[in-house]
Design a protein. Structure first.
Length: 313
């Protein structure tokens, strides 16, 4: 069983501390056997102050980090430096262990040197200060999370849910991740990135949106979706549609459409026996070569390798 250790540091945000347990403990086999064990620890095993008006007690000290397959750092109250005790705790993590941060937990990973010369994200409100403090980190403030293989970082608060679901999907496939999402009553995948949550003037209620046009596109992923026809479905000019789409979703229409097609292709590879060429056609990529390119970009593997790993059989 995959062991996830969650390190609660001083001033931890309770909501973010609870995310790993809620998501990973909801992942089970078809017969109900758990796929993950989640253990929570503090540096010394004693109670830790949270960012709310209460403290928490845990059953473990940081020695459990050395037994973990994945270590998660939820947001602490950042003091500007890593305490010697926390540094010692992180140093005990075995090489090759997957390291994950939620929101300002990225500060901890960066202070430990784990994000040097790597891509990462954190809450958009802190990204500029984070980049100034850790100039060797390649900060991407627009995304909900960054997967750099053995080190993963998420944006603020609920983006930790997105990242943990992504890990379940990466470990066990979309079908298991979708079940977890339904059990937790959250979307299995959120479109766009942090840009859609940055403060901007509120639209008037009567202002048209691209939602209905996106729903229309989802019903015809296997066909050519022309931008002009797509914009017409929303009652907008091509230019207005493109601008409004990016404002609402955080992606261009083309980027969003590719993402939906990749998700459809993944589902077909996992749940059907269709040949790769047929999957590419049904997912709207046209050719297996095009699908292979986009799947490798999205998940880092080929269609056949993905099917071998995640097909139900």
């Amino acid at each position: 069983m995959h062991r996830v250790a969650v390190l609660a540091l001083d001033g931890v945000i309770p909501f973010e501390l609870s995310i790993p347990s809620r998501i990973f403990c909801s992942a089970t086999t078809d017969d109900g056997a758990p796929l993950y064990e989640v253990v929570t620890c503090t540096v010394d095993g004693g109670p830790v102050r949270t960012a709310a008006d209460f403290s928490i007690s845990v059953a473990n000290d940081a020695s459990v980090l050395a037994t973990a397959d994945t270590v998660v750092i939820p947001s602490p109250t950042w003091t500007g430096s890593l305490s010697p005790e926390a540094a010692t705790a992180l140093a005990s993590v075995r090489p090759g262990t997957r390291m994950v941060s939620i929101c300002l937990g990225a500060y901890v990973l960066a202070a430990a040197g784990l994000l040097n010369d790597r891509p990462a994200t954190t809450h958009w409100m802190h990204s500029e200060e984070f980049q100034a403090r850790f100039p060797r980190v390649r900060v991407n403030e627009d995304v909900l999370f960054v997967d750099d293989g053995d080190v993963l970082t998420s944006a603020g608060a609920a983006a930790g849910v997105d990242l943990c679901l992504h890990l379940v999907r990466r470990d066990h496939g979309s079908a298991v991740a979708n079940v977890v999402a339904r059990r937790c009553v959250v979307p299995p995948w959120r479109d766009g990135g942090q840009a859609q949550y940055v403060s901007r003037p509120v639209q008037e209620p009567a202002t048209a949106t691209t939602a209905s046009a996106r729903e229309w596109a989802l019903t015809r992923l296997s066909a050519v979706v022309g931008l002009d026809e797509w914009a017409a479905r929303a009652g907008m000019s091509r230019r207005t549609f493109t601008r409004r789409f990016r404002d609402e979703v955080g992606l261009s229409p083309g980027q969003w459409l590719t993402r939906q097609r990749v998700e459809l292709a993944r589902d077909l590879l996992e749940t059907t026996e269709l040949p790769v060429d047929a999957v590419a056609e049904q997912a709207g990529f046209g050719t297996a070569a095009a699908m292979r390119h986009h799947l490798r970009t999205a998940v880092g593997t080929s269609p056949l390798s993905y099917r071998r790993t995640f097909h139900a059989s």
